[in-house]
Write a protein that binds this ligand. Structure first.
Ligand SMILES: C[S@@+](CC[C@H](N)C(=O)[O-])C[C@H]1O[C@@H](n2cnc3c(N)ncnc32)[C@H](O)[C@@H]1O
Length: 183
């Protein structure tokens, strides 16, 4: 089943990098428990790179961060931040297709922050994730309650199980629903 959720416009990317967000959703605190230097991580639906930049710093110069998005405008924003810095070689920008991640590289960890609800074909999304997460690799998914009803969230869980992935951890807060899935 496909949903018709619109993608976050590039013009609104600034909201994703506000000071309030840095206070409420500190990228370092969120990612550090899941990452080790030298890992390969996918930031799926990276937007302007709010999480990608901090992740690449944690991954270090032997690590790799794949910043993947549907929109050129978002990838341009990431590129402008890393161009000419030490992160330029560590972050690979990847343009997804509207109905496919179009990625075949295996990763140690993936992040899908505020993005799954924007993907029209979630069944296919989780099948693709199953094929790119290394055995035992995890993915952190965070969805906004404001955009995702309990029923839609439950449907997403069905797609996760149907793809052969398992749930490692689940946590709800006032504004978000988070889960860690595992291959
Ligand atoms: C609300 S933004 C969140 C950005 C970032 N994850 C963050 O939390 O700051 C959602 C992003 O997902 C991207 N996106 C939506 N559907 C996508 C798809 N099918 N494949 C890849 N990226 C997608 C959008 O272009 C947008 O940049």
């Amino acid at each position: 089943m496909e949903s018709k959720q619109k993608v976050c416009p590039v013009e609104q990317a600034g909201h994703l990098e506000s000071s309030l967000r840095k206070f409420l959703q500190d990228p370092n605190k969120i990612l550090a428990p899941h990452l080790k230097p030298g890992m390969t991580m996918l930031d799926l639906g990276c937007g302007p790179g709010y999480f990608s930049i901090e992740a690449a710093k944690i991954l270090g110069n032997k690590g790799k961060l794949i910043a993947a998005d549907l929109q050129d405008g978002m990838l341009d924003k990431v590129w402008k931040k890393i161009r000419g810095t030490e992160l330029e070689d560590r972050i690979k920008l990847h343009k997804c297709k509207p109905n496919s991640m179009d990625l075949n590289e295996k990763v140690d960890f993936a992040l899908g922050f505020f993005m799954v609800h924007e993907v029209p074909d979630k069944r296919k999304l989780f099948l693709e994730l199953k094929s790119i997460l290394k055995p035992g690799a995890k993915m952190l998914i965070v969805e906004p309650k404001f955009h995702v009803s309990a029923k839609e969230y439950a449907k997403m869980l069905d797609y996760i199980f149907a793809a052969g992935l398992s749930i490692d951890n689940r946590k709800d807060s006032l504004l978000t629903r988070s889960l860690i899935i595992k291959n």
